[in-house]
Design a protein around this ligand. Sequence first.
Ligand SMILES: *Cc1c(COP(=O)(O)O)cnc(C)c1O
Length: 385
Amino acid sequence: MTGQKDKPDTIAVAAGRMSEAHFGAVNTPVYRASTILYPDLATLKANAQPYTYGRRGTPSSRSFEEAICALEGGARTMVVPSGLNACAVAIMAVCGAGDHLLVTDTVYEPTRKFCDSVLARFGVETEYYAPDQDIAPLLRPNTKAVFCESPGSLTFEVQDIPAIAAAAHAKGVSVLLDNTWATPLLFAAIAHGVDLSIQAVTKYIGGHADVMLGTITANDSHAARLVHCHGHMGLFAGGDDTWLALRGLRTLPTRLKRHQQTALALIAWLQARPEVSRILYPALPSDPGHALWKRDFTGANGLFGVVFKPVPERALAAMVDGFSHFGIGYSWGGFESLVLPAHIKRTKTAFAAEGPLLRFHAGLEDVADLIADLERGFQRLKDHS
Ligand SMILES: *Cc1c(COP(=O)(O)O)cnc(C)c1O
């Protein structure tokens, strides 16, 4: 369905369709299957059919994997039950007992917890590095992988992925990237030297706050390792969820543009407020990661951090609790606006905030309604200060 030269927006619409196999239906229907029947013993013996057993993939999971793979520009994509699981499985595909793993200090906190607990128990040593650090001197003979996340969780530091990949590959070390912020549309991970690109599909790709999934996409050199690890761990994603995720993916390019547009409008309003100290968003020229973002990314999304000047806790609570459109909750990337206080836990670097840090997600509501909501919130902040 997709031509070599199609642009990403077109690939998002066209990739992974299997209409011929489904009586012309545009969307691959939901397949619920465990046993897949074989026509005869010879086919069984040769394992000569595309689908063999539910756990090893159905048309629902393959359609979604093919679409993500086409967008990521990889060799193979595997779908897993959550974004966190995608981080864990990507690491387990390349690391084993006695190995050393480098992980950015700005990593999503549950990924850090996986490394420090389960992974440590299996004999992998994790060392954290500053997101802008030269990793070359940190590479040891037993270093197997560098795990990146760019922009970083909560504080959005942009990493120099091509430089990290060059240093790692010179020593035969794999490069893993949690590419959730950018989605495959805003940062071409594989083309920038990443070996395994991770998506928390739960966020923008699903896009409707109703599905949890993750994907890992491998380049040629890492495809076999990924497929084996995924298969031997018994991972599977159900037909309903992969169908929802693929449905979300079709409108991702349009949604992302609107999320970015609304975020920029909210940020412009927030920057003029005396209560705000600074905004964390790489698309802003004032952001420390702006030059790298501009060089490597093709856009931004609806997620940004707001560092406030010091305010009493009760004032912040009055503001946040009273919002009509910014819901308090984890995750992001759905159609709805969200707000969450961010507590930064780092071990290698320090994040010095002047006051409280709130993470906002700009949803698809009318921007005037969102600004009016913020305006009423800042009035409450003032009233309770
Ligand atoms: C949310 C998130 C994850 C985890 O995704 P889940 O589907 O919630 O497990 C991983 N990485 C990043 C950067 C995330 O924001």
